[in-house]
Design a binder for this molecule. Structure first.
Ligand code: PGA
Length: 294
């Protein structure tokens, strides 16, 4: 037999009233039923919990000790219930989101806006490339992922929420600026690229494959900041999401080339595993993003 929640509640009521009869009244139980619960609890803990002195009953030392624990247990359960009730509404809880390296700039802004509306929600936020994001979804390590090219299989639910145009960038003094650039002309240039596993890298390879052209891939970088800096420094041309070059376009430190077939029109997606039941807070976040960008 184990100590039950009910026994603890009955014990606390008797300890409060210091009377079996009064406790029974308050609990809408018979007095023998109350005595039975206390007796069972005494057997379980191996101590007398009350002693009778004259016509009154008092807590024993063991009774005082148990009263402290029983109070904490009852309060903790009440607290847990309240916490879970809030979680059900999505105002509390932990949200695990991961975003593609390329999406991190706007994804952090979106999370920031969400935090202002739901200050009690905790976040785990990871930024990594497409391949690692897919692994995280498969291993159930995240609620939602923000990525460009979702995997083409039926394991995932992917909802597009915002356009993601990919453009070829060049240093501002490049001879191809202002010209119509064919894929043939592009294939003669050195292209610097993101690492294998990146969605942008995949889009670059597909663009050349679709046009039956070879790419001359130069240096590989695993961040968009490095790619931009390398293009400015003359390492070569690159394909990037327009979301990563807003500042550089404003201050004219990079140029976008007019390449045939570009911008490559992609979308950002919110992705989750189809088998995963989204928590209330994840569901609220999902709706927040879809409504904000609608
Ligand atoms: P990445 O992201 O190139 O940073 O992996 C883009 C994408 O998910 O398509």
């Amino acid at each position: 037999m184990q100590i039950t929640f009910r026994q603890l509640k009955v014990f606390l009521k008797v300890a409060e009233c210091l009377s079996y009869t009064k406790a029974a009244d308050k609990l809408f139980m018979s007095q023998p039923a109350v005595s039975k619960q206390v007796k069972q609890l005494e057997e379980m803990v191996g101590h007398r919990l009350f002693e009778k002195v004259g016509r009154r009953i008092f807590l024993t030392d063991a009774g005082y000790e148990l009263q402290k624990y029983a109070d904490s247990i009852i309060n903790l359960v009440a607290e847990a219930k309240e916490h879970l009730a809030h979680m059900g509404g999505g105002e509390k809880g932990c949200l695990k989101v991961a975003a593609a390296t390329t999406a991190s700039s706007f994804a952090i802004d979106m999370l920031g806006q969400f935090r202002r509306s739901y200050p009690e929600v905790e976040f785990e936020f990871k930024v990594t490339n497409r391949e690692t994001l897919i692994k995280k979804l498969e291993d159930n390590l995240v609620d939602l992922v923000i990525m460009g090219a979702p995997p083409e299989n039926s394991l995932f639910n992917a909802e597009p929420f915002m356009p993601n145009p990919l453009v070829f960038i060049a240093p501002t003094d490049h001879p191809l600026i202002g010209k119509k650039v064919s894929l043939n002309a592009l294939s003669k240039e050195t292209i610097i690229a993101r690492e294998e596993g990146s969605g942008t890298r995949q889009a670059l390879e597909k663009f050349f494959q679709d046009g039956n052209k070879e790419i001359e891939v130069g240096t590989i970088f695993n961040s968009n900041d490095s790619i931009k800096r390398a293009v400015m420094s003359g390492f070569g041309l690159a394909l990037v999401s327009i979301h990563t070059i807003q500042v550089e376009l404003e201050n004219s430190s990079l140029a976008v080339l007019d390449v045939k077939g570009a911008p490559i029109q992609k979308n950002w997606h919110l992705v989750h595993h189809k088998d995963k039941e989204l928590s209330a807070v994840a569901e609220i976040f999902r709706n927040f993003i879809l409504e904000k960008t609608a």
